[in-house]
Design a protein around this ligand. Sequence first.
Ligand SMILES: NC(=O)c1ccc[n+]([C@@H]2O[C@H](COP(=O)([O-])OP(=O)(O)OC[C@H]3O[C@@H](n4cnc5c(N)ncnc54)[C@H](O)[C@@H]3O)[C@@H](O)[C@H]2O)c1
Length: 368
Amino acid sequence: MSQTLSPASPATGPTSPAINAGVSPAGDPAADAAAGEQQRTRLHRVAVVGCGVVSDMHFRGYLAHPERVQVVAAVDPLAERRSHVQDTFGISETYASIDELLAGTDVDVVSVCTPTSLRLAAVQQLAGAGKDVMVEKPMADNLTEARAIVAAAASAGVRLAVDQNFRDHYCFGLARGAIKAGRIGRVITIDHRELTYREVSGWRAQASHHALSVMGVHWLDGFRYLLDGDADWLTATTTRSGAMQAAGETDASVHLRFGDVGVNYTQSFSSRVERCETIVIGERGTLSFDYGRMHVVDADGESVVDNPCAVDKPESAYRSLARLLDAVEQDREADNSGLDNLKTLSLLEACYRAGADGSVVHLTEGLL
Ligand SMILES: NC(=O)c1ccc[n+]([C@@H]2O[C@H](COP(=O)([O-])OP(=O)(O)OC[C@H]3O[C@@H](n4cnc5c(N)ncnc54)[C@H](O)[C@@H]3O)[C@@H](O)[C@H]2O)c1
């Protein structure tokens, strides 16, 4: 049996400690959707800052939702990138800097798709001008800078979200919905692996943090989203394969504890075997999923759910923005807020600490 379902509603509010308390049915998705539609009467004026590779996903995703988002302007210091978004997406207002954007037009929300190192300055400037902001992942290169970004948004009284779009692009959202609906009973254990061969060049080859920083940040956030709770501790082994150019780790084995649930996670950028899959073993059933499909296996047999955001990655970027817009309209914290993301970045930093000295790194309410 194959069906297409929407992932768990983005408008689920802040993460709460609900590991294995979440076997009660989730809210009625149809009612949630209807309530959401009623509230979605506002058209939000949005600008995109940084018009490189990833910005295409944002433009395509936002432009597919003219009922809710008006893409007003784009910013990039490079004239060729400004021309690209004018020609490709019809964005007529383009600016070379955030200063020019703020002087030239009026926007409500800004998506920041610059290189990570420029995020803090961009958020400080935009938040200071009263704009709600979504930043690309990873929010920052380290936890100290991420905290400064969160503080800048908080002191300016604006909302901050992070584009952890794998909550929808990968089957995490569907799986979270299945767990909350009680499809597999109490979660016992999770096994996740991404094995690939990924050679690098340019600045990435020199970076001291590599495979976990590039892809692990998606998976670590995904485990948190799946389990709707905080990690207590983790330990990790990080390794650099001599087969690759990368200065940073190409491989990692991580074990995390979320309450009574153990998560085993293997990341490889040096594997000649390609695999990407997640298996969630519950007391009454097992979920197995990747980007495109989730299999639910229980005593009655197997069913398959398709993920529409696997092929439509731009829709996953829109859904990340929609979480922020929902939060703005409902005057609450987004479930992909900057504050929430400090827990994802805490896991990433904990992996590097554990990988450096072989220790077990403990977290307090999910934070370092
Ligand atoms: N969520 C995802 O699936 C996903 C995928 C790819 C990349 N990313 C993230 O997106 C971010 C950007 O990656 P990318 O591959 O698009 O990089 P990129 O280098 O292709 O694009 C960055 C753009 O920012 C512009 N820029 C530089 N300084 C600027 C400034 N001061 N103001 C405005 N624009 C400025 C550059 O000219 C460039 O066009 C990274 O953090 C990356 O991790 C996320």
